[in-house]
Design a protein around this ligand. Structure first.
Ligand code: PEP
Length: 261
């Protein structure tokens, strides 16, 4: 990347690590990462909901520079939504980032673009930052509709959001066929889609918002692949699933600058 946007590396643990395992994992990660790493790269960790209170306590007690994230939330503050989690409750737990519209939520749990947009608004309302996920299936890629799909997802999610809010956000381009499969979009392919996302943000919000918003790539990122991804001019970070479960591998991903340049 080549701008003054701060790189952001996020670990999505999905439905892995109970709260005991979470504490161990974060302690190890905090031990492996140095002050320089945190000065250079913002690091967010997204455990399951049941781990959040333990992680908040650990981060506060040890004054860790890791940012606490959640994997999802509902769009309403409270009410008859059995099994759902309020964004208001997440903000009270010190959560700073919330993944919204992950493809597993969209594909497995039927979340629509409109529901995702309502969640983006709710997360921002409570002073947290959404990491909005967008991406195409293999069939959509093969039929040439990648850009139509991701631009539509971006447009609907950002509609009616203020420029200030858009500037603060993160969007993760995650081709669905690359998630958890060991397959990557090539860095050049990812750059092309992400550059198109930045253009779309400029047309839905504004030029300054498009320059400020941070755009991640996600899909089977590993320590050995991140350096080339981060060399792309529009890519400001990565969203990491499987490889974030191993603190040693995740720390090496965060430290990409050491083995990259
Ligand atoms: C993800 O869960 O967002 C993800 C990108 O997973 P993985 O790194 O395992 O492909």
């Amino acid at each position: 990347m080549s701008s003054n946007r701060q790189p952001i590396v996020s670990g999505n643990w999905k439905m892995n690590n109970n709260h005991f395992e979470a504490i161990q994992s974060v302690q190890k990660l905090a031990y492996l990462l140095q002050k320089d790493d945190f000065d250079a790269v913002e690091v967010t960790v997204h455990p399951p909901f049941t781990d959040l209170r333990s992680m908040q306590t650990l981060i506060d007690a040890d004054q860790l520079r890791l940012k606490l994230g959640a994997q999802n939330c509902h769009s309403e503050d409270k009410g008859a939504f059995t099994g759902e989690v309020s964004p208001l409750f997440l903000s009270k737990l010190g959560v700073q980032y919330v993944i919204v519209g992950h493809s597993e939520r969209r594909e497995l749990f039927g979340e629509t673009d409109e529901f995702v947009a309502a969640k983006v608004a709710a997360v921002l309302k409570h002073g947290m930052i959404p990491i909005l996920c967008v991406g195409e299936t293999l069939a959509e890629r093969e039929s040439g509709s990648t850009l139509d799909k991701v631009k539509r997802q971006v447009r609907i999610a950002l509609d009616k959001r203020s420029n200030e809010h858009v500037k603060s956000m993160v969007i993760a381009y995650e081709p669905i066929w690359a998630i958890g499969t060991g397959k990557n979009a090539s860095p050049a392919d990812a750059q092309d889609v992400i550059a198109a996302i930045r253009e779309e943000v400029a047309s839905v919000a504004s030029g300054p918002a498009a320059q400020a918003i941070r755009l991640q790539y996600g899909g089977s990122v590993k320590a050995g692949t991140i350096a080339e991804i981060m060399r792309q001019p529009d890519i400001d970070g990565v969203l990491v699933g499987g490889a974030s479960l191993d603190p040693t591998e995740f720390a090496r991903i965060v430290q990409y600058r050491r083995h990259a340049f």
